[in-house]
Write a protein that binds this ligand. Sequence first.
Ligand code: SAM
Length: 284
Amino acid sequence: MKTQALDSKQKEAREYQTEWSGIFFKVRKVLYQKRSAFQKIEIIENDFFGRVLFLDGLVQTTEKDEFFYHEMLVHPALACHPHPDNVLIIGGGDGGALREVLKHPVKKAWLVEIDEQVIKACEKYFPWLDKSLSDPRAELAIADGFEFIQRTTEKFDVVIVDSSDPVGPSAILHAKDFYQKLKKILKPDGIIAAQAGSQLLHLKEQAQKARYLKKMFHCARFYFGPVPTYPVGTWCYHFLSDKIDPLRVKKLRLVPGLKYYNQGIHYASFIEPAFFEQATKGSR
Ligand code: SAM
């Protein structure tokens, strides 16, 4: 997008994303631009990537490559759980995670998004959101995910944390306190899957998080996948559970029609590269 003066929130976001590299998109058309109570929302049209959603100047989703991220965020957990009846998605206002969750035989899928404007914009420009929200199993709550988990009386089989980067309203979704509270609303055999940033850029944060997550859950693994339009390209995810180890599940529930995730990718994605293992190994 055209260079604009950055406000303090955007500067904070850029610092997390680091300032020494970036990705550019040639803008065919600006489709949507609005500042909500939480963030600046922009959707543009690019000739190759299609529609691209930015929040505070950071890429969230592109039509062309969103399947890498959404399939990897959702399917490893859902494929491992024997009966994922009640599923909670925190964040995820672009609807990609909800669309993937609904491919499994779930009874109810909650989408808890803080920013109603993101939902409104994405309903218009990313039609899969509208379609997913019309599914009778989907339940939308416009709320802060951290507040929601403290007041809900529900217990969940799978929780998907589809947060933005740990700046602004999303910062709390990356904190120790959040995971402690999340564990309380997880059923004993439940699974949490969460996006965990770039494998290369956010190594320090991942090592810090690993230290407490490995104490909190019997099984706390990182797994990895490509997302071409996210910073540096390889993205990390957390798989957290007290009962289910994704490497010991013999029969994955694979759903048809996926573009990236399959049985081979499942097991391969948990292999930690040497530098990553080294950086996080003290936290075991
Ligand atoms: N895949 C994306 C990424 O990593 O770049 C994230 C996608 S999704 C658009 C992230 C969503 O989380 C945003 O729509 C944002 O409004 C929402 N969000 C941020 N903080 C939140 C909070 N505290 N509670 C619920 N939703 C939140």
